[in-house]
Structures are given as C-alpha cells and as structure tokens.
Design a protein. Structure first.
Length: 285
C-alpha cells in the first residue's frame, strides 16, 4: 500500500465510521481487474471466479480494453464496447447501480448506457440531449422517468452515475457527480408496482439484443419509447458496482467517490491534524 492509499484508507474509515452501510456490494466490475479480457468482464466480488461475469455479445461485443481517459481519478483502465451482458437475470429486489462513465467531452442523445427488460417490465439508463435519464416500466403500472441535466458537468473526465431502484417504496432515483464535486439528483415514485426486468438479462453499452432495433421492446420497456433512435454508448466505463439489500446508504456511494477521486482538501485537513497532534505530543514532553 502506498502512502497515498494509506492516507485515503484513514480518511475513509474516519469520515464514514458513523454512517450505516446497509447495502451489500454484490457485484464489482473494475476494468483494471487482471482477470478481465476482451470477451469477459470479471466480477471482482468473486475473485478470479467466473461467476457473475459480464460476457460480450456475439454481435459486436467488447471492442477495446485500454487506458482510461482521466486526469482527476485513479482509474487506469476502461472498457469501450458495443454491448456487454450479464450472464444472470435482473434482481427482483431493491438494488443500486453505481456506474463510472466518461462521455468524452460531450453528450449525444439516445445512447444506451445500461438496460434490462422487454416490452412490459424493464428499466435502464440512456443519454438525453443534455444529460441522462433512467426509466422503469411495469405491468403493475409503475411507469417512471427521472433525469438530470449534465450541461454544467466536467464531461472530459469520469462521472459517477447512480441508479436506485427501491422495490419497497416503488421509486427510482438517479444521481450524478463529476470529478469537481458537482452533483445533481432526481427521483420519481409510483402508486403502482415498479418493474425490475426480472427474467431478462442486463446489458451495458447498448440494448440486450446487441442491435438496439426496438427501443420500447428491447431497451427497458415502454417508458424507453421516447428514445427515438437508440445507439450504443460511445464513451468509456471504468467501474460498475452493484449493491443489493436495503436501500443504499449515503456512505456507500460517498466512500466509493472518495476512493476514486482524491480530494486535495482532505489531504490538507489530514496534514493539519497530524501537525496538530505532533505539536501536542511535543508539548507533553
């Protein structure tokens, strides 16, 4: 462990010691995992095991695993892909997705970042003309949309995108935070039951059918119908965390952000505390 990593560990354990971490990190996809390949993205939560890995679709598939385009994060690798899909079904429970994506400086409308579901039940995330939206479709009437405008964000580096699907509250929440600390959030709640896409695989970088041919049928259900011409996400994804269990605690996402984006002010604060401690020790002698 380097000195920088040690300081980060001390900061995180100190700042978040009193915050509840109610969710379990069940899937952990880091592009820098040495077990990754051009055809499979390893689930680091299971070590070198292939359980829960993401497989590239036959049509198109992962096109690159290269150096992450970043100046302010500690990411070293990132995937660029046409479509990569879970080998398992979606969760029928409360869960949270944390996706670190780089848009390459600007946003193009109708790019599918993530989706799961068919023509009735489903959910997903896609770009709008100036930001991102998440959508949920359900036979139970829980059709919802939530969106954030990223026009003031630093899109030349990675952005932390968070999606919360809360089965208990029948609500969805989207949040975004850039490397400079700018953050926005939006949510929606339904009187009906929200759908989770159970029975359908989960896809990143595009629709599960790998050709994005039918937005309402293949990209998250009917609420995705406002996507006029669905396209593959042409940016980079360096990290995907999937938390299951109770609704996500603020500490999980905040801790992850601090681990990815070093904060000079935090190091300065820690340095000041260390200096103060040294002075107090000297006075006691």
């Amino acid at each position: 462990m380097t000195t920088k990593q040690y300081i980060h560990a001390v900061l995180i354990s100190t700042i978040f010691a009193s915050q509840p971490l109610s969710a379990a990190l069940s899937f952990y996809y880091d592009a820098a995992d040495t077990n990754n390949s051009l055809t499979a993205w390893n689930n680091g939560a299971n070590g070198a095991s292939t359980a829960g890995k993401l497989d590239a679709k036959t049509a198109g598939g992962v096109v690159a695993l290269g150096t992450a385009t970043t100046a302010k994060t500690n990411f070293t690798k990132a995937y660029s892909a046409s479509s990569s899909t879970f080998t398992r079904d979606a969760f029928n429970a409360t869960y949270t997705y944390e996706i670190w994506a780089n848009f390459g400086g600007s946003i193009t409308d109708d790019m599918v970042i993530f989706e799961s579901g068919g023509g009735t039940n489903g959910f997903g995330m896609a770009t709008t003309a100036n930001g991102i939206e998440i959508f949920n479709s359900s036979a139970g009437g829980g059709n919802l949309n939530a969106a954030v405008n990223l026009s003031t964000f630093d899109l030349t580096d990675f952005v932390q995108l968070t999606l919360v699907f809360d089965k208990t509250a029948n609500s969805i929440t989207v949040a975004a935070k850039d490397v400079n600390g700018l953050s926005l959030t939006d949510s929606a709640t339904s009187a009906g039951t929200i759908g989770t896409g159970t029975g359908n695989g989960q896809s990143f970088f595009g629709g599960g059918n790998s050709n994005n041919s039918n937005a309402s049928g293949d990209i998250g259900g009917s609420e995705a119908g406002n996507i006029s011409t669905a396209a593959f996400f042409d940016g980079e994804i360096a990290l995907v965390n999937i938390y299951t269990g109770d609704a996500i605690a603020a500490g999980d996402i905040a801790t992850s952000y601090l681990a990815v984006v070093p904060e000079p002010s935090s190091y300065a604060l820690l340095g000041g505390l260390c200096a103060l401690s040294w002075v107090m020790v000297r006075r006691r002698r």
